[in-house]
Design a protein around this ligand. Structure first.
Ligand SMILES: Cc1ncc(COP(=O)(O)O)c(C=O)c1O
Ligand SMILES: N[C@@H](CCCC[NH3+])C(=O)O
Length: 460
């Protein structure tokens, strides 16, 4: 039975229960493997994350809302540090940043990858040590570069030829800024064509193949204000096999060997970027961090030995794999509409807080929270509230057939690239972020209010 079999109603507020109970074991949405580690089932179809019931969070903070399991974030930071000893692990702030996140990551001993003066400002004013911060960006603004130099970031990653002179002239006379060069290794990897950045035909980095990387390196070495300390590459995002990383190690070590040959210098750092893939639904592939780390270390040692180079310090920059699985999005159902083609369950958020399904066709698995339904599962499409037909959060998923306005839906794996990519579309206001930990919930980022929206407008 599907919702289309239920009595016709455009916004169906009644909850017609069907005879067949929802079989928890057969329902993929009832599988908690992609939820934060602390997630447990509560009576009446509720879930607890960080010791707090999701229904309680919805009641206290309203919907839509995002929650982050602090212990889960910290655990994932520790997993990285353990898997990559003697390496620098930088959390990629673009996945999600707020003051608390910066604080947790700093406390756990990670560094930070930022790509704007805004991310940098937020981190440093939270007390993040600037020397553990790396600035990225294919088109860094003068403001970005000046903020980085003023605050004393540890590394700036040069991404283009034109950046060399701009940066060199901004470095105060008599001082030196440590830099890396972002190279394009010519490797295709990543979960979607829009997030592959290791191939030749894209906007990031300097190609090894056409010689632009080597040319840039020679120019950097001529700048007294710049100290070249290593090479960087970022292959792309949502990569679920380790082979591309091993290939990148070989290519970058090959370039390091040529740099030594031509310039007589040995670069001490090799930054492999991030991109470590995670599962958004039970059963999906994810990159195993411990295996990746072991294989990368072995490959690095062997490639360096073959090239006659000392092993450089390894750097990795995971974003999604730290923040993603620790986050949950909560939505309230506002309407249910049935057509001959499909049933639309519309919620109070959408593409303004999660553009990922529209951008990359990502398949989320929302779950009904707060009541245990005895209705048979129905195939539905969960859509947002925006003025756009492509505003879809989950296509053809199973929800109880009696899902109705007022119900709560929870979406796991919502911690990365949701709020950091949130927009002001339709001026609905960005949702709040709530931390859960040890049975307590606390507000980290407040909901964008009507007053916030009104007060940005300063002229007629
Ligand atoms: C330079 C750089 N480092 C790290 C990351 C983090 O990627 P992910 O969140 O996929 O680990 C990105 C984004 O893809 C990036 O552009
Ligand atoms: N924003 C993308 C990934 C790109 C990450 C930044 N280079 C996502 O949501 O998956």
């Amino acid at each position: 039975m599907t919702l289309a079999d239920l009595p016709a109603a455009r916004d169906h507020a009644a909850a017609p229960a069907s005879a067949a109970p929802l079989d928890a074991a057969a329902d993929p949405a009832d599988d908690l493997t992609v939820w934060p580690h602390s997630t447990t089932r509560l009576p009446h179809g509720d879930l607890s994350v960080g010791g707090v019931a999701l229904t309680e969070i919805a009641d206290r903070f309203g919907t839509p809302a995002y929650l982050l399991d602090e212990a889960d974030v910290r655990d994932r930071c520790r997993t990285y540090l353990h898997a990559f000893p003697n390496a620098d692990v930088l959390y990629a702030a673009k996945a999600f940043l707020c003051r608390a996140m910066a604080h947790w990551v700093a406390e756990e001993g990670l560094g930070l990858d930022v790509c704007s003066a805004g991310e940098l400002e937020l981190a440093v004013t939270t007390g993040f040590p600037a020397d553990r911060i790396v600035l990225h960006g294919n088109a860094k603004s003068p403001q970005d570069l000046h903020a980085a130099l003023r605050l004393g970031v540890g590394r700036i990653v040069i991404d283009s030829a034109s950046e060399i002179a701009r940066l060199a002239s901004a470095v105060p006379h008599g001082s030196r800024q440590k830099v890396l060069v972002r190279v394009v290794p010519g490797i295709a990897a990543g979960g979607h064509s829009k997030i592959r950045t290791g191939t030749e035909d894209q906007k990031f980095g300097l190609s090894i193949t056409d010689g632009s990387a080597q040319h840039a390196i020679a120019r950097i070495l001529d700048q007294p204000g710049l100290e070249l300390v290593g090479l960087h590459c970022h292959l792309g995002s949502q990569i679920t096999t380790d082979k591309p990383y091993l290939c990148a190690v070989r290519r970058l070590v090959g370039l390091m060997a040529r740099i030594k040959e031509h310039h007589g210098i040995t670069l001490p750092e090799l930054d492999l970027g991030g991109g470590h893939g995670i599962a958004y639904r039970p059963g999906e592939d994810a990159l195993d961090i411990t295996t990746l780390a072991r294989k990368v270390r072995t490959e690095l040692a062997e490639s360096c030995a073959a090239a006659g180079l000392p092993v450089p310090r390894l750097v990795v920059e995971p974003g999604r794999a730290i923040a993603g699985p620790a986050g949950v999005a909560l939505y309230r159902v506002l309407s249910v509409k049935r057509t001959s083609e499909r049933t639309f369950v519309a919620v109070d958020g959408g593409m303004s807080d999660n553009p990922r399904p529209a951008l990359y066709g990502v398949r989320y698995l929302p779950r009904l929270i707060g009541r245990r339904s005895t209705a048979a599962p129905a195939t539905v499409t969960v859509v947002g509230r925006h003025c756009e037909a492509g505003d879809v959060l989950a296509t053809d998923i199973q929800l109880p057939g009696d899902t109705h306005p007022g119900d709560l839906l929870a979406v796991p794996v919502a911690g990365a690239y949701h709020l950091s990519m949130a927009s002001g579309y339709n001026l609905v206001g960005r949702p709040p972020v709530v931390a859960v930990e040890g049975g307590h919930a606390r507000l980290l980022v407040r909901r964008e209010s009507l007053e916030d929206i009104r007060s940005r407008d300063v002229g007629l």
